[in-house]
Design a binder for this molecule. Structure first.
Ligand SMILES: Nc1nc2c(ncn2[C@@H]2O[C@H](COP(=O)(O)OP(=O)(O)OP(=O)(O)O)[C@@H](O)[C@H]2O)c(=O)[nH]1
Length: 261
C-alpha cells in the first residue's frame, strides 16, 4: 500500500478515494481548465433480509438504474458502488448486497458487519414470513455489535405486486416505529418507482453525510471488481451484471436453487 494511503489513515482514519476532476477556473477573466484532486468519503451500507426479497434488484436499480434482466441467488456478498452528491459533497456509497440464504452467508457474516455505516433491512411485501423474520435480522446486527446509532432503514419491496401484498402497511409502520427506523414501501421492478428507490438510498446518504466514516485501510481501499484484502470468499468470476459475485442458478420454478424443484 502506498505511503500516501498510510498518511491518509494516520490523519483521521477516514477512508477517501481521490480522483482527478477537470474543472473550469476563471482567472483574470480567462477560463482555464485545471486538474483538481477530489477526495471522496466512502460509506459502507449493508443490505440484509431473507433470500428472494429483492436485495440484489434494489441495489442494482439504484446503482445501474434498471431492473436486472435475470437474478440469481447471491453467494457470500456482492458489491456495488455509487457516487452521490449531497449538499456540496461527493460521497461514495458502497453497497454490500448480502446473501439471504444461510448456507451462502455463514462463512462471510463477520465480514458483512465490520465497519458498517448504515443498514438497509429488506422484506418482501408479498411474503409475510420475510417480514416476520425481521427481528432475527436485527438480532444478528446486535450480535455483531453494530453501533446502535448508525442509520437503519426498513424497506418493504415488491409493492408493484398489488394483488399479492401480504404485509399490511400499518403493521410494518408499527414495527419500524418500535425500532426507530423509517419505513419505505417500494418496488425495484416498477420503472415508475425508480426515483423512489433512489430517494431511499439518498435518505441514507443524507443521514451519513454528517457522520465520519471509520474504516481500516484494507476496506477503505476497496475497488469494485477487486477483492478487498482479508475477504476470502468473494469470487470475481461474475457476469458483467454481477461483478464480484458468485451466484447459484434458480430452479425451474424460478425460485432459487434451494427450493428443491
Ligand atoms: N414483482 C417484483 N419482483 C421483484 C422485485 N424485486 C425483485 N423481484 C424478484 O424477486 C426475486 C428475487 O430477487 P433478488 O434481488 O435476487 O433477491 P435477493 O434478496 O437478492 O435474494 P438472495 O440473493 O437469495 O438473498 C427475483 O425473481 C426478482 O425478479 C420487485 O420489486 N417486484
Amino acid at each position: 500500500m502506498s505511503g500516501d494511503l498510510a498518511s491518509r489513515h494516520s490523519y483521521d482514519e477516514t477512508p477517501h478515494t481521490s480522483r482527478s476532476e477537470m474543472v473550469e477556473s476563471a482567472e483574470g477573466g480567462a477560463v482555464q481548465i485545471v486538474e483538481k484532486q477530489v477526495q471522496r468519503r466512502i460509506f459502507k451500507i449493508i443490505v440484509i433480509g431473507d433470500s428472494n426479497v429483492g436485495k440484489t434488484c434494489l441495489t442494482y436499480r439504484f446503482c445501474l438504474g434498471k431492473f436486472p434482466d435475470k437474478t440469481e441467488a447471491t453467494i457470500g456478498v456482492d458489491f456495488r458502488e455509487k457516487a452521490v452528491h449531497v449538499d456540496g459533497e461527493h460521497l461514495k456509497l458502497q453497497l454490500w448486497d448480502t446473501a439471504g440464504q444461510e448456507r451462502f452467508r455463514k462463512s462471510m457474516v463477520q465480514h458483512y458487519y465490520r465497519n458498517v455505516h448504515a443498514v438497509v433491512f429488506v422484506y418482501d411485501m408479498t411474503k409475510m414470513s420475510s417480514f416476520e423474520n425481521m427481528p432475527q435480522w436485527i438480532e444478528e446486527c446486535d450480535r455483531h455489535n453494530l453501533n446502535k446509532s448508525i442509520p437503519r432503514i426498513l424497506v418493504g419491496n415488491k409493492c408493484d405486486a398489488v394483488d399479492r401484498v401480504a404485509v399490511n402497511t400499518n403493521l410494518a409502520q408499527k414495527f419500524a416505529d418500535s425500532h426507530n427506523m423509517p419505513l419505505f414501501e417500494t418496488s425495484a421492478k416498477d420503472d415508475e418507482k425508480a426515483n423512489h428507490v433512489d430517494a431511499i438510498f439518498m435518505t441514507v446518504a443524507h443521514k451519513l453525510k454528517n457522520s465520519k466514516p471509520m474504516m481500516p485501510p484494507h476496506l477503505a481501499d476497496f475497488v469494485p471488481g477487486e477483492v478487498p484484502r482479508n475477504v476470502e470468499y468473494i469470487s470475481l468470476r461474475g457476469s458483467p451484471h454481477h461483478r464480484g459475485l458468485q451466484t447459484a442458478a434458480r430452479g425451474q420454478c424460478g425460485e432459487k436453487s434451494d427450493c428443491g424443484c
